[in-house]
Design a protein around this ligand. Structure first.
Ligand code: ATP
Length: 294
């Protein structure tokens, strides 16, 4: 649905390009998780796609005229208007009418749990409530491509689940989504493909399953130090170990090795504070890839 060729952007007066040499093809129905540390260029990329910033260098090719829904990082509603007035105003801007207008409004209000906030002025809402209004306004727009920039910052855990559910529904309905967040467990949940930006360039672009792989390992942490004798056991089992703050990770092991480690642990006075067998999370991979600069 979208192809970027050698896209670049430099803010006026800035010495360094915020983005350069970005090549990317995005298929319809795909949810792309956009990662990168502060200043990596994520918002700049979304701003170029949504036309908030003018194209300076490179090409943006759409397969058809795009209908875009945007949930921007900067809150974008009328602070002095009530929640209901904001939603109606944006419904007018999106030219929604009749049944579709009512359905979309009802759905956005329910997803973002705004039912009891409708007669409140937007400026009087809490931070998380304002974020939910911002989200509702983006979701209200009938679009083929939805861009979410830090859309859940400050939203409480229960409401966050509802917003993520809405993103999964967009994907399931064949909508294309670009989702950027520093909450990597959210990106891991919604995205099928992961794009990592670093200093304005694409550092990594992979299918999520390919990235996370099925490299099952054992993650162990202790309240104090690891038990005496563990290192010897691991060496005897010929296992490689990654030392982490507070614990260690054994990236590859088979059932027998897992059993022997479990027996050793069971015989110790102090149990681990964390024992997890599985593949690494996106956050753990990200910290390894990006040198911990999230
Ligand atoms: N309006 C601006 N004027 C000048 N430079 C800017 C402007 N906005 C962003 N930049 C710079 O462009 C680079 C990319 O910024 P951008 O906001 O795209 O990063 P980001 O990945 O979205 O970061 P964050 O995770 O902090 O939101 C940074 O070096 C930033 O300082």
């Amino acid at each position: 649905m979208l192809e970027l060729r050698d896209l670049g952007f430099r803010y006026p007066g800035s010495e360094r390009a915020a983005l350069h040499g970005i090549n990317l093809q995005l298929q319809a129905g795909q949810c792309l998780g956009l990662l990168g540390s502060n200043g990596a260029g994520k918002t700049t990329l979304l701003s170029l796609l949504s036309g908030v910033l003018p194209l300076q260098q490179g090409e943006l090719r759409w397969s058809a005229t795009p209908r875009l829904g945007l949930v921007p990082q900067q809150l974008a509603f009328y602070a002095g208007l009530k929640v209901r007035e904001n939603l109606e105003l944006f419904a007018d801007l999106y030219r929604l009418s009749g049944d579709e207008r009512r359905q979309r409004l009802d759905q956005c209000i329910a997803t973002c749990a705004l039912e009891d906030k409708l007669s409140r002025r937007a400026e009087g809402l809490s931070g998380g409530e304002q974020r939910r209004l911002n989200f509702a306004i983006g979701l209200l727009q009938p679009a083929d491509l939805y861009l979410f920039d830090e859309a859940t910052v400050g939203v409480d855990a229960a409401n966050r689940q509802a917003l993520l559910g809405a993103i999964e529904q967009l994907s399931a309905a064949g909508k294309t989504v670009i989702y950027t967040s520093h909450y990597l467990e959210e990106v891991e949940r919604v995205a099928q493909r992961i794009l990592l930006l670093h200093e304005g360039q694409v550092r990594l672009d992979l299918d999520k399953r390919q990235l996370l792989g099925d490299d099952h390992g054992l993650l162990l942490e202790w309240p104090d130090a690891a038990p005496v004798g563990l290192q010897e056991l691991l060496a005897r089992l010929q296992l490689t170990v990654e030392v982490l703050p507070g614990g260690l990770r054994i990236p590859h092991l088979d059932g027998q090795q897992l059993l022997q480690i479990s027996q050793f642990i069971a015989e110790q006075k102090q149990l681990p504070s964390l024992l997890r067998f599985g593949r690494p999370s996106l956050e753990q991979l990200y910290l390894r890839l990006n040198g911990g600069r999230l």
